[in-house]
Design a protein around this ligand. Structure first.
Ligand SMILES: [Zn+2]
Ligand SMILES: [Zn+2]
Length: 147
């Protein structure tokens, strides 16, 4: 069974209603298992002969986010991206200067989750973090220009 069918089945089992539009968005997300902007998803659907406006895609993405199927992350210059959570949970360091994106393993967030649970009695959903800052190269370049 391909991943789109598996996701659709899980959602049906939870009593979610699967419309044709919802199915189309899920299939587009599964086609390109990567960070996708709403625009990417729209283009992906167009290439398969479907048309949906941005507002509709956005609503479907918010539904999928609430259902814990996808994550939503602001990657700065690359915009807000959506990704299937199931594929490979990870996080990012994003350089504010050169926009380099460094991938972090999900174990990075374990301690944060524990801390939030214990100190705030809050069950966090840390799906896909983006931490903004300065990479080593940009810091070195900045330091060099000061001299
Ligand atoms: Zn990512
Ligand atoms: Zn940088």
């Amino acid at each position: 069974m391909d991943s789109a069918e598996r996701i659709l089945q899980q959602l049906r089992q939870r009593g979610e209603r699967i419309t044709i539009q919802r199915r189309m968005v899920i299939e587009a997300l599964c086609e390109d298992c990567d960070h996708l902007t709403i625009n990417d998803i729209q283009k992906q659907m167009e290439s398969r002969g479907y048309e949906l406006d941005e507002a509709t895609i956005y609503r479907i993405l918010q539904w999928l986010k609430a259902a814990e199927v996808i994550s939503q992350t602001d990657l700065g210059a690359r915009g807000i991206v959506y990704e299937l959570i199931g594929t490979k949970r990870h996080h990012h360091l994003v350089c504010l200067n050169c926009h380099a994106v460094i991938e972090l393993d999900d174990s990075f967030a374990d301690q944060l989750r524990e801390q939030v649970r214990h100190e705030h009695d809050f069950e966090p959903r840390v799906d896909h973090l983006a931490i903004f800052g300065w990479c080593a190269q940009c810091r070195a370049a900045k330091a060099a220009t000061k001299n």
